[in-house]
Design a protein around this ligand. Sequence first.
Ligand SMILES: [Zn+2]
Length: 100
Amino acid sequence: MSRTIGYVTFSDSTKYYFKYDGTADICNRNLYVNENEPWNIEEPKICQCNNSEEVVIQANYGGGFWWEGKACRACMCITEGTDPYDETVTMHDGYEERSI
Ligand SMILES: [Zn+2]
């Protein structure tokens, strides 16, 4: 399986989970409260409220890696940083302490 679970962590330590596709190296933008929920197939969510917050995006893929992005907890989706290989993203190996 090349798909795995990742999670975003907000500044207040709230964590929401997403599905990470390790073949395409991209995050499914939809966020879920529980770790088992991202396996549901749903239409991609879009933030309509522009209340995105800074988050740490953590992928549990390989040895783990993380980067910074944005997500909206009202709309439950990642709004920036779904592609860790985008030139605007700085990827770090391992697990970020803010997201543990
Ligand atoms: Zn929103």
